[in-house]
Design a protein around this ligand. Structure first.
Ligand SMILES: [Zn+2]
Length: 62
């Protein structure tokens, strides 16, 4: 039982899902650093270039 679905959810956070780990996140497509997202907030669409799109956010660790 080494598979961990919780770890996968932690590592990738799609637009409109709920943040469960406060921190700075970036867009998978743009390396665009979003403002600090707090636990309980909903992940927004990326608005890089003025065109909003659904994406996957990754936590910025450094
Ligand atoms: Zn983007």
């Amino acid at each position: 039982m080494s598979k961990s679905s919780k770890y996968q959810l932690y590592k990738s956070n799609k637009t409109s899902t709920i943040c469960n780990d406060s921190g700075s996140y970036y867009c998978n497509e743009h390396d665009y650093i979003q403002n600090y997202i707090h636990e309980g907030d909903t992940f927004p669409k990326c608005d890089r270039g003025g065109r909003k799109h659904n994406t996957v956010w990754f936590k910025f660790n450094n």
